[in-house]
Ligand binder design. Structure first.
Ligand code: FRU
Length: 501
């Protein structure tokens, strides 16, 4: 730059250049305490969820360099209790060569116990990641495998990649399970714009054969991504096995969402139990997305993590968080078999271990108006887990008020409207963000409310419906209360845990 030009830039353009740069304001008040967030920078989907030797591994879509989507790599964290996470170095970084950029998109991880792949060394079972290689310059997505012989810390990309390639721009998010009876691996993978899944089988995780396709059923208004296929026992009865397919796509009212199908899978094809047009959704809030189940869990447990998609309010120095670990359950209902979700049962052990000062238990209390739950610093952390069962009375609406700011009257409401039989969440601006129809079960409404600084997960009636959203209460907005409007409600049982460290 010559001197004149430099002076012009310094005087006239530099101020604008500086102003144009987004001012990143740290937001520690919104950093969740018991939900996973990366130490810094962006995350989206959970990937490669696998349980190994008492440790839950979480790989995740990560931009290691910026607080926005890009440079997709697999970040890595581990936990022994699904509440506290240890950050580890990036496990699978993007691959940059002279002609190709390969971004490491979503996928799964399996423990290859019998070393079917031959990737294992010294008789040890390798951990194998199966992911989508997104190559923007080639306008292509195909499925790659990579293996780890150091317990999942680092991976080596297989020299024979891709292992599945149908020469498409959009073809992604493989999810692999081992089928003992058929002695085969089965991959479920999405062709997003065709609203379809493909199933492949393999004996060695390297050579894959197309089994069948499933699609154009349920909700097809948005692209299909991040599928999974999980066997589950209905009502816990081993004689009643069904297969659950979950897919991330749009739902009726929200920008994002996940739907599910229940049916049979014989190792080749999936047969939907419901008519093709029947639609069922996993979560009725606008933020729960890209959830996949853990592989290799003991005791027939099936537990998933989802991504809480950040919208509107930016957080810094990280963006995006994971949901609480959720158990997947299939239950018989008069309408047919339905998916129920519960915060993972293993989390109860951690709740029980909390000191008495961080627990509140009440029974048979009548609420008329507002009943505060926080006292001074107690239960004022905005990191509360609340389990409350209401028996509706004369009150037209009842529920919880969270993140209350007594000074300016703002609050977040998790409310049940008796006449509309509807649960809703209104944010600090009084705007109803999300709602879902749900009837009392045996005359009661049970709410399990997981409030963690900026996320809110509400499980209604034992997980018959789940509503997840993001909220951004002000720093001093830490009040928490039960309420009943225009009449009374009976609180049959109440338990509150304060999870702040
Ligand atoms: C879903 C998704 C996946 C893809 C990944 C890329 O959020 O679009 O389909 O693999 O994110 O980050």
């Amino acid at each position: 730059m010559n001197k004149q030009l430099f002076t012009f830039w310094l005087i006239c353009l530099l101020p604008f250049t500086l102003l144009a740069q987004e001012k990143a304001v740290p937001t520690p008040q919104w950093r969740p305490v018991y939900h996973f967030t990366p130490a810094k920078n962006w995350t989206n989907d959970p990937n490669g969820l696998i349980y190994l030797n008492g440790v839950y591994h979480l790989y995740y879509q990560h931009n290691p360099y910026e607080n926005k989507w890009g440079h997709m790599s697999w970040g890595h964290a581990t936990s022994t209790d699904l509440l506290n996470w240890k950050h580890l170095p990036v496990a699978i970084p993007e691959i940059e060569t002279k002609d190709t950029t390969t971004w490491i998109f979503s996928g799964c991880a399996v423990l290859d116990k019998n070393n079917t792949s031959g990737f294992g060394v010294k008789g040890k079972a390798p951990l194998v990641a199966i992911y989508t290689a997104d190559q923007p310059k080639q306008q292509k997505e195909s499925q790659f495998v990579a293996y780890s012989n150091d317990g999942g810390l680092t991976f080596i990309n297989y020299a024979g990649n891709p292992v599945v390639d149908i020469h498409k721009k959009d073809f992604r998010d493989p999810s692999v399970i081992w089928m003992e009876e058929q002695q085969q691996w089965v991959m479920t993978v999405a062709v997003p714009h065709e609203h379809k899944l493909q199933f492949y089988s393999s004996k060695d995780l390297k050579k894959w054969d197309l089994l069948s396709e499933f699609g154009n059923q349920g909700d097809t208004r948005k692209i299909w991504e991040c599928p999974s296929l999980t066997p589950l026992y209905v009502d816990g009865d081993p004689a009643k096995k069904k297969w659950l397919i979950m897919i991330s796509s749009g739902n009726q009212d929200a920008a994002t969402g996940m739907q599910y199908f229940i049916g049979d899978f014989d190792g080749k094809t999936f047969k939907n139990d419901n008519p093709a047009e029947h639609q069922q959704f996993v979560d009725y809030g606008r933020t729960f997305y890209a959830a996949i189940p853990y592989n290799n869990l003991p005791d027939g447990r099936h537990t998933m993590l989802g991504w809480l998609m950040p919208f509107e309010t930016p957080t810094y120095p990280w963006r995006g968080q994971m949901s609480i670990a959720r158990d997947l359950l299939l239950k018989s209902t008069p309408e047919g078999v339905r998916l129920y979700q519960q915060p993972a049962a293993v989390l109860n052990a951690s709740l029980e271990k909390l000191p008495a000062s961080k627990k509140l238990v009440k029974q048979q209390v009548e609420v008329d108006g507002e009943m505060p739950l926080n006292k001074g610093k107690q239960f004022s952390s905005n990191a509360n887990w609340i389990d409350v069962t209401f028996i509706p009375g004369t009150g037209e609406e009842f529920g919880l008020k969270l993140g209350q700011n007594v000074a300016n009257g703002t609050e977040i409401i998790v409310g049940y409207n008796k006449a509309h039989k509807e649960l809703y969440i209104a944010n600090e601006k009084g705007v109803v963000m999300d709602k879902v129809s749900v009837k009392p079960a045996e005359g009661k409404i049970r709410l399990q409310v997981l409030f963690d600084k900026s996320s809110l997960e509400v499980f209604v009636n034992g997980g018959e419906r789940v509503l997840t959203t993001l909220i951004f209460p002000g720093e001093k907005a830490t009040g928490c209360a039960l309420f009943s409007a225009k009449g009374k409600v009976m609180v049959e049982t109440l338990k509150v845990w304060d999870l702040a460290k």
